[in-house]
Design a protein around this ligand. Structure first.
Ligand SMILES: Nc1ncnc2c1ncn2[C@@H]1O[C@H](COP(=O)(O)OP(=O)(O)O)[C@@H](O)[C@H]1O
Ligand SMILES: [Mg+2]
Length: 204
């Protein structure tokens, strides 16, 4: 059988579970190769994508999934690649957020991006597993126009996932996770996320 050849020049990034590469035949897609076969996180994400496919089909936040493909590095999972308008891979939120106080214009840009993230997240009620901001990418889809995308760690580890079946459970859980993200950002980026923004971001 024909396997797709991926070389190291296509490498984008890697976390604890998988390595991500630009798709060699289609730069608008990326291919993720799990570090181990039967990775629990990958399975969890695939279960969520299967069970909530209708909801995820219309998601602004979650990247599209295009199925699996055999590669020289093993079985690959093909996703939409998060790209900026100029064709560059978008920054993840950790790289996007400065550690020290930036100029007023940059600050406004960050605040608007986070407030829009809030409204998308609480409208779509995506199930996430933790608040690791490296799994959020900030897509500059038009010049100076930013949108957060979720690329990893979706789903839930529980055996009987109420959040997949009931909108109210998904909304309740999403609100809790959202407020955890806000609290984490406030603690780790105090120069960028001051109390008045925390108040606006927190969902009561
Ligand atoms: N859809 C995507 N488009 C562009 N880059 C991505 C995409 N998904 C992941 N990446 C990059 O690859 C890295 C690792 O992918 P990720 O899915 O987070 O793997 P892990 O499960 O190991 O954390 C991410 O931190 C990000 O930089
Ligand atoms: Mg990750």
């Amino acid at each position: 059988m024909n396997t797709l050849k991926i070389n190291e020049e296509l490498f984008i990034g890697s976390g604890g579970h998988q390595a991500t590469y630009i798709h060699p035949l289609d730069a608008t897609k990326c291919i993720k190769i799990p570090h181990t076969k039967d990775d629990g996180d990958v399975k969890k994400e695939m279960r969520y994508r299967r069970m909530c496919s209708a909801k995820l089909e219309n998601s602004r936040l979650v990247t599209k999934f295009f199925g699996t493909i055999e590669t020289n590095l093993g079985l690959g999972y093909v996703f939409e690649r998060v790209l900026d308008y100029d064709g560059k891979t978008s920054l993840d939120m950790k790289k996007f957020l400065p550690k020290t106080k930036p100029d007023e214009k940059t600050l406004q840009k960050i605040w608007t991006t986070l407030l829009n993230f809030k409204s998308d997240f609480l409208r779509e009620n995506i199930a996430i597993v933790d608040t690791d901001i490296e799994n959020f990418m900030v897509q500059e889809h038009a010049p100076e126009t930013y949108r957060v995308r979720i690329v990893d760690n979706i789903g839930t580890p529980v055996l009987i996932p109420l959040v997949y079946w009931f909108d109210f459970a998904a909304a309740w859980k999403a609100k809790r996770y959202w407020n955890r993200i806000v609290a984490w950002l406030a603690e780790n980026y105090p120069e960028v996320i001051p109390p008045q923004l925390v108040a606006q971001l927190t969902e009561t």
